[in-house]
Every structure is written in structure tokens, then in C-alpha cells.
Design a protein around this ligand. Structure first.
Ligand code: SAH
Ligand code: SF4
Ligand code: F3S
Length: 477
């Protein structure tokens, strides 16, 4: 039995049904969208339920043990679903595991879950239609975890004509930094940057399709150094300046940046470009130099603080976010307290924090001084209490202020839209659908755990109907 075909579909046959479940970071979200666009060309329509699908793709994440284990429990459920579907309707369901678990486990995945049809790594997605066409249960599962020379970006189609108001755009992939806790350099491969012209062209298409905000993505986005159309290598700052020239593009963001690549030109861009939003995710991981060194992060506590101060000099309202790991091998109570002290000193608007999870094949997993699970957990709780208090204080600090809010999508209630403040806070506001994609002046009236509530100011949206800002995007205190 064959699951797919290599030639683009003529559109005559009934569409086959595709379900994609995405785990992990925004780069996986971007990849899943491109994969759906590719498979649409081969006759697949996306459906919301796995049970209805002829093809199920799990786009997986390997970053922590929990993330990787989730994939196997999901596969167990899907296997039951598939058998039931076959016995009730006689229809097959192809199971594809894509993403970072696929890359990391390859062959071993078929050992543990032999009912999987295809295991495909993050750099080989463009080959999926071909793999599907070849796929027969009799032949057993197939694996493609190559890092091919051809770039998936050249071969994966753009998404549909219509873009979301806030869209992702991957500009850089992979990582050469080899932090001792992290699997990314192994799952995504060496660092590489897309040519600037291809990014600018994709950005223009997204804006034509309705995007008003772009978030540039990369595992190490500020290590970006793509070929520029002028024959030079472009930095992320240079690229941001170029993108800021695109008409009707209101907002730019980028993630995830590494402190080591926070260059002077990038810091300056935060002062120079009004489109660049005053919010930066800049993971520090730990506040103790000994731990940072053991992690191979390539910066110390003071370097991080200097970057924060320089950013605040050029953009005083910039809000910061970070990732933290508690209980990295060798972390003492004193080291952990240095992390708490750094958090106190910086003041974060938002943060993600994790217990250290030893990952197979990484140097950290082989270190002798592993911290007890209970201690990792206890430190995580203390850190999260502090970070939660800071996030709440930050959100409450916007109460009563009037902020420019980019209205992105309809809310749960009729007549309600959801948008984002410059600081990436979700804001619910009563507003007509016609304002979707516009930046409105919104006074913050309520503060909930994960979002804010606001009221549109009577003098209406900030942007004129042609989308050109009628006045610069400024925070009105
Ligand atoms: N490139 C980014 C991080 C990408 S991974 C950077 O350098 O900052 C996202 C986050 O997952 C990391 O920032 C880290 O906090 C967390 N993480 C990665 N590996 C981990 C591990 N083995 N255990 C616990 N957390 C981990
Ligand atoms: Fe992982 Fe470090 Fe690379 Fe970030 S910089 S992706 S944490 S190896
Ligand atoms: Fe996870 Fe891979 Fe992203 S491991 S965090 S999905 S790069």
C-alpha cells in the first residue's frame, strides 16, 4: 500500500487528510507550517483530529527527557487509534515521526516503536513526499536523518497566501556552541544562515499576505551571518534594518538570542529601530560564573549584566525574559543563590525555568557531580516563586497605562479581539473584527495570570487605513 505520491496533485482526487502535532520550540512550529504547505501540494488537507487522518506527523522535541518521552506515549495512543480505524473503516493511517527526537534516535526509534512508518530529521522534511510514496508496511519503517546539501528552505513552499498577523520566519538554524547540557547541536546540526535576499523576499510575501509582525527565528538567531545581496556577510542587525524598511510591517522581534552574540550593532538597533519591539528573550541559564563555565556558555555573570545595562541605555523600557536551569552538575547552594541574586538585579518580565535533565550523549550527562533530583526540584520551586513574583509585578506595572496593541486574532467571546503589547503580553480588548492587523491604543484595565484586559481608547487605532503608522509606536505613560 502506498501512502503518498511524488508528483504534485492535480486536485481531482479527494484530499487525503493530514494531522500534525508540534512539540518544542517555535522553529518546529515554523517547520510544521512549511510541511503542511508542502503536503498540501501533494493532496493533503489538514484536519484537527488525528482519528480522521490518513497521515499523522509528530514534530518532536528532544530538549529534556520529559519532552522526548511524551512522543512515545503519544505513539502508543496513535497505534491503538490506527488499529481501531483499520478494523472499523478499513482505512490505513501512516505514522511519521519528524523533528529532533527523530534526528536523535533514528534507527533506535524503530526498535522501540516498530509500527512507525517514517522517521525523518529536521533537515530532510522536503523529502517526505518521496518517502511517503515509497512507504509500504511490508518494507518496514524508513529513516532519513541526513543533513543533506540541498537546503530545505529552497524546497519547502511558503505557507498559504494569507499570513497570520504575527508570523514566524526562520533565518538561521543549528548551533555550534555546544553548551554541555544541550542536544540542539546534535539534533539540528551545524549553524547555518539563510541568504538575506531569501529572507527579505519571504518577509515581503508574509506582509503582503497580512502579517504585521515578524519574529525572526533561530536556535542562535543573533549568530546570524547570511550572505547579503551586496556580496558581504550580513549580521542580524543589518538584516533587521533592511526588514524595518518594509512598508506595513509594524513590528519586528527575534528569538532565541545568545548573550555571546549580543553585538554592539544589535544593541544599537534596539535604540534605532522603532519597529524592533522592546522585549528580548536573552537566556542566562545561571547567575554563577563556575556554573556558566561548566555549561560552556562563554560569558560570565558580569558580561550578562553589562549587556542588560547597555540595552537599557539605548531602550530604557526594554523588558527582558530568560531561561534558567536549576541543579546543573556541580551547582552548589551558593551558586544557586547567585542565580537568585542575578534575577533580583535584572528583574525579568517573563522567564522559563527547568530542572536540569541529563541528555544522552551530552558532556553534562557524564559529569560526576550530578545534583539530586529532589534538590534540582526544590531550587526550581524557589526560583519560580521569585520569577513569578517579578512577572506579576511587571504585568501589574502596566495597569492604567495606554499601550500600542497589535490586534492579532478573535478572542473567545464575540466582539473581543486578542492582541499583544510591545512587551509580548496578551491583551484582551472589546474591538470590532475590522481592526484585526491594526495597532490600537489600549488602556490596560485588568491583570490576570496569563493575560491583560484593556479598553480601546476612543481616538481609535494608531495606524491609518493604508497601514502606515499615523504616529510612531510609543508607549504613552
Ligand atoms: N539556544 C538557546 C536555548 C535553546 S533550548 C540558548 O542558548 O539560550 C531552550 C532552553 O531549554 C534552554 O535555554 C535551557 O534553559 C533549556 N534546556 C536545554 N537543555 C536542557 C537540559 N538538558 N535540561 C534542562 N533544561 C534544558
Ligand atoms: Fe543549546 Fe547552547 Fe546552542 Fe543554545 S547555544 S542551542 S543552549 S548548545
Ligand atoms: Fe526541541 Fe529541537 Fe527546538 S530539541 S527546543 S524542537 S530545536
Amino acid at each position: 500500500m502506498t501512502f503518498g505520491q511524488t508528483a504534485p496533485d492535480t486536485g481531482k482526487a479527494a484530499p487525503k487528510k493530514l494531522f500534525i502535532k508540534t512539540y518544542g520550540c517555535q522553529m518546529n512550529v515554523y517547520d510544521s507550517d512549511r510541511l503542511a504547505a508542502l503536503l498540501a501540494r501533494h493532496g493533503y488537507a489538514t484536519v484537527p483530529e488525528a482519528a480522521d487522518a490518513d497521515l499523522v506527523v509528530l514534530n518532536t522535541c528532544h530538549i529534556r527527557e520529559k519532552a522526548a518521552e511524551k512522543v512515545y506515549s503519544e505513539l502508543g495512543r496513535l497505534r491503538v487509534m490506527r488499529d481501531q480505524r483499520r478494523s472499523e473503516t478499513g482505512r490505513p493511517m501512516a505514522l511519521v515521526v519528524a523533528g529532533c527526537v527523530a534526528q536523535a534516535e533514528g534507527e533506535a526509534m524503530l526498535g522501540r516503536a516498530p509500527f512507525v512508518d517514517i522517521v525523518v530529521g529536521p533537515q530532510a522534511y522536503h523529502r517526505l513526499p518521496e518517502l511517503l510514496a515509497r512507504s509500504t508496511r511490508e518494507a518496514g519503517g524508513q529513516i532519513d536523518t541526513d543533513f543533506p546539501l540541498e537546503s530545505k528552505f529552497d524546497l519547502l513552499p511558503q505557507g498559504p497566501e494569507e499570513s497570520p498577523v504575527s508570523a514566524f520566519l526562520t533565518v538561521q538554524e543549528g548551533c555550534d556552541k555546544f553548551c554541555t547540557f544541550c542536544v540542539v547541536p546534535y539534533t539540528r546540526g551545524a549553524e547555518s544562515s539563510r541568504p538575506a535576499a531569501a529572507i527579505v523576499a519571504e518577509a515581503r510575501r508574509l506582509v503582503e499576505g497580512g502579517a504585521r509582525e515578524l519574529t525572526l527565528l533561530g536556535q542562535n538567531v543573533n549568530a546570524y551571518h547570511g550572505d547579503g545581496p551586496d556580496g558581504r556577510s550580513w549580521s542580524l542587525a543589518r538584516l533587521l534594518h533592511e526588514l524595518a524598511g518594509i512598508e506595513r510591517l509594524e513590528r519586528l522581534r527575534y528569538t532565541t538570542s545568545h548573550p555571546r552574540d549580543m553585538t554592539a550593532d544589535l544593541i544599537e538597533a534596539h535604540g534605532a529601530l522603532p519597529q524592533l519591539m522592546p522585549f528580548l528573550h536573552l537566556p542566562v541559564q545561571s547567575g554563577a560564573d563556575r556554573v556558566l563555565q561548566a555549561m560552556n556558555r562563554g560569558y560570565g555573570r558580569d558580561d550578562y549584566l553589562r549587556i542588560v545595562d547597555a540595552l537599557r541605555d539605548v531602550r530604557p523600557d526594554i523588558a527582558l525574559s530568560s531561561d534558567f536551569i536549576t541543579g546543573f552538575p556541580g551547582e552548589t547552594e551558593e551558586d544557586f543563590e547567585a542565580t537568585l541574586a542575578l534575577v533580583e538585579r535584572v528583574g525579568f518580565a517573563q522567564a522559563f525555568s527547568f530542572k536540569y535533565s541529563p541528555r544522552p550523549g551530552t558532556p553534562g550527562a557524564a559529569m560526576t557531580k550530578q545534583v539530586k533530583e529532589a534538590v534540582r526540584g526544590e531550587r526550581l520551586n524557589r526560583l519560580q516563586a521569585l520569577l513569578d513574583a517579578q512577572a506579576t509585578a511587571f504585568n501589574e506595572g502596566t495597569l492604567g497605562r495606554t499601550l500600542p496593541v497589535l490586534l492579532e486574532r478573535p478572542g473567545r467571546h464575540p466582539g473581543q479581539l486578542v492582541g499583544r503589547s510591545p512587551y509580548l503580553q496578551a491583551v484582551h480588548v472589546a474591538a470590532p473584527d475590522g481592526l484585526l492587523g491594526r495597532v490600537a491604543r489600549v488602556t490596560i484595565t485588568g491583570c490576570h495570570r496569563h493575560s491583560l484586559a484593556g479598553r480601546m481608547e476612543p481616538h481609535g487605532p494608531i495606524t491609518a487605513s493604508n497601514g502606515i503608522p499615523a504616529q510612531p509606536e510609543e508607549v504613552v505613560a
